[in-house]
Design a protein around this ligand. Structure first.
Ligand SMILES: *Cc1c(COP(=O)(O)O)cnc(C)c1O
Length: 362
């Protein structure tokens, strides 16, 4: 069965000598290699400071702390995402306030964000679902109007662009995940891209028990709550090797995604995602909205293609559903949502075969 997700690991001859070197170097903790990875990642993004971490979840957690979210506050978020996006809101003791999505993309709607804002709102989390960039301009306007910071969860959206700029340049905080199934994996890992230098310095303290690594232990005086969220030299080694070929890898996702966009558009019984103007998806997952989803999934499986909705809308989790909300667009999107294979392991021939069976109907 052609899978929906496949981890890319660089060729043995490129990766293994470097892993061996770092493992036996006598220093596998957070050190120079991590530093190199961060500076290379900053180059890849184009602006801001990279705080490397041991997960995307840690990046979300630190972003909420740096945004000043505390117990009793509210964070506006989307239910159309993976669970970490919303579990972290509870980690800082805040409550989740849902905003509906735009039906075309499945991404949080700027209008719905604006209607959900109240005096307790301290941050807005937006997610580039499946790699489709969010409506950056409209969300920036709402953020500016009410002076509420935006955290972009770009775990699906490495290399995604909006107005010609990569994701990571648009909001004060952008979260990336290098977990096992993401575009760029370090096995597990993540990064928080921070635009403000002072917040970045504070982020470094929070990453490491509240301790300042530049000072000796005796000269340190912990003043804030920190965690153990750092990346180590081994994961960073894998990250550095991955970064060498990441643009090619991302291009492969886009090539397949755009091919499917063109060939599937207008077919009966389905809709493709309509992207916001001047934006380009990373196609981490290829999203379709189909009639009779269960029949579609079965038909695809019978023909050797995995298809699935993959995510469960997060308001269906009791613990996360602090304020149950009517979300008609999400109802419609979620009932028709399905993902089909797209990525470096999918060939144009695979695409043609998928298109053929889809054209036959289900
Ligand atoms: C993977 C993912 C995360 C969390 O990343 P980890 O590195 O697994 O902690 C956060 N948000 C979304 C939308 C994700 O898909």
């Amino acid at each position: 069965m052609l899978p929906l997700i496949k981890t890319y690991i660089p060729p043995r001859e490129d990766l293994m000598p470097k892993i061996e070197e770092v493992l036996y170097s006598g220093y596998i903790a957070q050190g120079e290699v991590v530093e190199n990875f961060e500076r290379k990642f900053e180059e890849f993004i184009g602006s801001g400071y990279t705080l490397s971490l041991n997960s995307g979840t840690a990046a979300l957690h630190i972003a909420l702390i740096l945004a000043g979210v505390k117990e009793g506050d509210e964070v506006i978020s989307t239910a159309m995402t993976a669970e970490p996006t919303n579990v972290v809101i509870k980690m800082v003791g805040a409550k989740v306030r849902w905003a509906d999505v735009d039906y075309e993309t499945g991404n949080i709607s700027a209008k719905a964000i604006e209607s959900a804002i109240n005096e307790k709102t301290k941050a807005i989390i937006v997610v580039d679902y499946a790699g489709t960039p969010v409506d950056v301009n409209s969300i920036q306007q709402v953020s500016l109007k009410y002076n509420i910071p935006v955290i972009e969860d770009a775990a699906h959206a490495l290399g995604t662009t909006y107005n010609g700029k990569k994701t990571g340049n648009h909001f004060p905080f952008t979260v990336f995940s290098f977990q096992a199934i993401k575009h760029l994996t370090t096995i597990d890992g993540g990064a928080l891209q921070i635009q403000d230098k002072e917040l970045y310095e504070k982020g470094k303290l929070i990453r490491w028990f509240g301790l300042d690594k530049k000072l000796s232990r005796l000269d340190n005086d912990i003043q804030i709550q920190g965690f153990k969220y750092h990346m180590n030299n081994v994961n960073a080694t894998i990250g550095l090797v991955q970064l060498e070929t990441i643009e090619d890898l991302l291009q492969q996702y886009r090539t397949i995604g755009k091919y499917l966009d063109v060939k599937l558009k207008g077919l009966s019984g389905l809709e493709t995602v309509v992207h916001y103007p001047d934006s380009e998806s990373s196609y981490w997952l290829y999203t379709l909205k189909v009639d009779r989803r269960d029949d579609f999934i079965k038909m695809m499986a019978d023909n050797g293609f995995m298809a699935s909705e993959i995510h469960k809308r997060n308001d269906l989790h009791t613990y996360l559903n602090d304020y149950p909300a009517e979300m008609p667009n999400l109802d419609k999107f979620y009932s028709r949502l399905v993902h089909i294979p797209c990525g470096w392991w999918v060939t144009l021939e695979d695409c043609d075969n998928m298109i053929d069976v889809i054209k036959k109907g289900w």
